[in-house]
Design a protein around this ligand. Structure first.
Ligand code: PDD
Length: 285
């Protein structure tokens, strides 16, 4: 099996063992990133590494690698993975200490660092022709969803609820606002305008979301507003889709028991999805 990068070394995955006292294990005290490569070329790596540095900074862990070192790790993982489309997982935690204490250890510990790669498993083609179902769930997460923390219990519970309901994603609703998915951002077409939640502490600033927002603004054909989407307005949407690094633009044609618009994939999604695929093929990082 392909080697993983673990604390400065390249080793077999089964040798990448953490201490039982690792703060990631004890407290979920760490952050992560998921970085895609398509046709063996990294996509958005710069923006993902910026977000990793920011997440680390927000919780006072020093970035263990320089940008050049991270890029070397990513390039090697992609080239050795063997798949064309690759998902790289990075996790950095505050390290291991024998004494369990909530406050940050002083002086800081060496962080625990893992980076590994796996093939992106494509969703069924039918999802992209017919669209998929999402459900809405109460957002049980904390107040800093902009940090890509490994504390994902509310996200995994929400996704599990979606799977149990035959849906592909759960839309998180907080105080009457539909914010984002368990692991994706949310876009809705309402009154011919494309809406997505503004950046802030209640959503993760998705690299795919940001790239799409820039693309739509550059094209200047579809009015785009970064505004809160009221939960009840979601059901007036003619189109809904959700974005993430490993699922691109995922069309949602059913929310709970309701069809979205005509219940079929819509023209705006079709157009943007094509344009985004083109962008993926053009961009180096
Ligand atoms: N999740 N919102 C949340 C809560 C996420 O976890 C993710 C990504 C996104 C989309 O971000 P991006 O476009 O940068 O992938 C939005 C990754 C894929 C994961 O947890 O596996």
């Amino acid at each position: 099996m392909q080697a993983v990068y673990f604390n400065g070394r390249w080793i077999a995955p089964e040798e990448a063992n953490i201490s039982a006292f690792d703060r990631g294990f004890l407290f979920g005290d760490g952050v992560y990133e998921v970085i895609p490569a398509f046709n063996r070329r990294l996509f958005g790596a710069g923006a993902h590494l910026d977000r990793l540095t920011r997440s680390l900074d927000q919780i006072d862990i020093q970035d263990p690698l320089t940008r050049a070192q991270w890029m070397d790790v990513l390039v090697r993982l992609v080239s050795e993975c063997g798949a064309d489309d690759v998902s790289i997982y990075i996790q950095v935690t505050r390290g291991a200490t024998a004494k369990r204490d909530h406050a940050y250890p002083n002086p800081p510990l060496p962080p625990t660092v893992l980076a590994s790669a796996s093939a992106i498993v494509p969703l069924s083609a039918e999802i992209f022709t017919k669209g998929a179902k999402a459900i809405t769930v109460p957002d049980l997460r904390w107040g800093r969803c902009d940090i890509k923390s490994v504390n994902l219990l509310p996200n995994i519970m929400a996704r599990q609820q979606a799977v149990a309901a035959g849906a592909v994603e759960a839309i998180m609703v907080r105080e009457g606002i539909a914010l984002e998915g368990a692991a994706s951002n949310l876009f809705a077409v309402i009154d011919d305008e494309l809406l997505t939640a503004p950046l802030g502490p209640h959503i993760l600033g998705g690299v795919t979301r940001n790239r799409l927002v820039d693309m739509v603004k550059d094209q200047g054909q579809i009015p785009l507003l970064e505004v809160p989407i009221p939960f009840d307005r979601l059901f007036d949407a003619t189109e809904v889709f959700m974005t993430s690094s490993t699922r691109d633009l995922l069309p949602i044609t059913r929310i709970n028991a309701h069809p979205v618009g005509t219940g079929k994939v819509g023209p705006i999604w079709t157009k943007l999805s094509k344009a985004f695929t083109k962008l993926k093929q053009q961009r180096e990082t």
